[in-house]
Structure formats: C-alpha cells, structure tokens
Write a protein that binds this ligand. Sequence first.
Ligand code: ACO
Length: 144
Amino acid sequence: MRIRPFVPNDIPAVASIVREALRENYPTSLYLDIHRWWRDGFLVADLDGHPVGFLASVITADGQARILMFAVTSGFRRRGGGSAMMNAFLQACAMRGLKRIELEVRVSNAEAIAFYKRYGFEIAGALPRFYTDGEDGYKMLKHL
Ligand code: ACO
C-alpha cells in the first residue's frame, strides 16, 4: 500500500469508499474544494493503482487542522493502511507548523475511537445530536 496525494481522478473511488464506509454521499465539488484548500492534507492509500482508503482534512484556524473524513474500505482494514495515512498526515501537519488537530466521531464508533486514541487523540467533549440521524458525536483533539 502506497500513500500518495489525492488527485481529482480518484473522486469516483473515494466517493465509493465514502458511501460504503461512512454512509454519506457528497457532490464531486466537495472533494475538489477540499483538494484546493490544502493539497497536502488530502491523502490516498493506493493498492496497485486503486484507492483503498483516504484521509481528507482542512486547516480551520491558525495552527489547526480538522480531519473531515478518514476511511479504509472494509476488506482492507487492520492491515496498517490507516496508520500509514495517519503518519503521513501527522508529518504534513508538522511541515506546516500546525499545533492542533481536531475531528468528530460517532459515539458508537468504537473502532475509530480506538484508532484515534492510539495516535494520541483524546476525547475533548460531547456533541449532542451532531449527526443528521440524531446520534451524538465526540470531539477529539491531538496537540502536536
Ligand atoms: N478495534 C480496535 N482497535 C482498532 C481497530 C478495531 N476495529 N481498528 C484499528 N484499531 C487500532 C489498533 O490499535 C490497530 O493496531 P493493530 O491492528 O496492530 O491492533 C491500529 O488502530 C492501527 O490500525 P490500522 O490497520 O492502521 O487501521 P485501519 O487501516 O483499519 O484504519 C480506520 C482505521 C480508518 C478507522 C478504519 O477502521 C475505518 O475505515 N473505519 C470505518 C470508517 C470510519 O469509521 N472512519 C472514521 C470516521 S471519523 C472521521 O471520518 C473524522
């Protein structure tokens, strides 16, 4: 698995990971906007030319990044792809001199919460009814 920057040709594959792993549907323009805002913060895990995971982020405030979407397609989890993307992302944040990373996660998403804790993120607060289906979220933070 190779970690590389996102390119617009990845949109169909990334959108299908989003549908399958995050159960969301976004317009093509969203991926193009994220890419335009901060190229180094949009990474793809590529297996033989096929994206099997991605991490999309933005810079939200002075010195702070926010992970918007992060997923590995279900058949390829627990093989280190998420870690490889997170490590590359942490490096991009360091290169940019960022001090803090934030994200939101569903309270029921034990797998992702375990992953993020392993990478030094801590639960910083609850977000009541954060998701459109009414589920609560956690805000998680990591200081760099
Ligand atoms: N249960 C417990 N710990 C886990 C799990 C799990 N299911 N998955 C990963 N971890 C922890 C473990 O410590 C693991 O190390 P180990 O396998 O040596 O025990 C470590 O994280 C690293 O795992 P990776 O193999 O590098 O991670 P993976 O490639 O599986 O990707 C990810 C992790 C992206 C969270 C994946 O589980 C996924 O795609 N989940 C579905 C989508 C999702 O929930 N994304 C996050 C939503 S929040 C947001 O997008 C901002």
